[in-house]
Design a protein. Structure first.
Length: 278
């Protein structure tokens, strides 16, 4: 119990010109003006709690009037500012963050650290100042199982022979169709359809519902993207390609489906290709 002058604790005590190091009345130390903090911990320290978090009880014991602050980490949020013991022990509620929807979040140890303030001290001096609980991990990422199919047919056939090798020629028309299945269609970021028909070809929309490819796209690198319009629910599409110049001896088409992280499905890219000889 501190020794006060009016409402303020004495900062020094003398007998004559000599400092008093310690004052005791009966068995109670009344000087120096220190208040003890004797215990501080979660009531369930070391126990495992749900990944949904919530409030956990944290108890501080010591002398009435002891002052301290609480610092939280790893998802723990204790009361802020300087705390003063009005009764001992006092129970504080520490908020533990919810990681039940945080995909891939690992098991963690929400921790509270107590720090003495003012003239308060820890008794014993080596009092454990940190206390933790164990919070279960959040949901794991799941592979977004994806299958991409692509096919190509030639509706107008034009050919040319170069050095004894038959090649596709200007005017050839190719109808390319693709389809795909995913575990989570709402995770689709973009669909890319590429070919090797050259830079002077033209492409026409032959139906991907509900949108055409992104505006200004290079016909050799058509892109259907979520930035252009919603891709939710899309499972197929197609396009017509018309050559304006000679191309290689093999017409090659590649379809790529790109998925983002969503609803705990992992980002991925799945690709399939189709070729057609003249």
């Amino acid at each position: 119990m501190p020794l006060n002058l009016a409402q303020n604790p004495l900062s020094s005590l003398k007998i004559g010109e000599s400092n008093v190091l310690k004052g005791i009345v009966g068995i109670n130390e009344i000087y120096p003006n220190e208040t003890d903090i004797t215990a501080a911990a979660f009531t369930n320290a070391g126990s495992t709690i749900a990944n949904t978090g919530g409030n956990e009880s944290y108890v501080v014991s010591g002398e009435v009037g002891a002052t301290f602050s609480l610092q939280g980490s790893a998802g723990a949020t204790p009361p802020s500012g300087t705390q003063t013991l009005a009764v001992s022990p006092t129970t504080y509620q520490v908020a533990i963050g919810d990681q039940s929807a945080a995909c891939g979040s690992v098991q963690r140890n929400p921790t509270v650290t107590i720090a003495a303030q003012g003239t308060s001290v820890f008794n014993p001096v080596n009092l454990q100042t940190t206390s933790s609980v164990i919070q279960s991990a959040g949901p794991s990422y799941t592979s977004n199982a994806t299958v991409v199919n692509i096919s190509v047919t030639n509706s107008v056939r034009q050919t040319i022979t170069v050095g004894g090798q038959l090649r596709w020629a200007a005017g050839s028309v190719f109808n390319v169709s693709f389809s795909f299945t995913t575990a989570n269609n709402s995770a689709i970021s973009s669909v890319i359809l590429q070919n090797n028909l050259g830079s002077t070809q033209t492409a026409s929309d032959n139906g991907i519902v509900p949108q055409t490819w992104s505006s200004g796209a290079d016909p050799s690198n058509l892109i259907w993207s979520s930035g252009n319009a919603s891709l939710d629910g899309i499972t197929s599409g197609s396009a017509l390609f018309t050559m304006d110049a000679s191309a290689p001896s093999i017409a090659s088409f590649v379809c790529s489906l790109i998925l983002t992280n969503k609803d705990c499905f992992q980002a991925s890219q799945t690709t399939n290709s189709a070729t057609l000889f003249p």
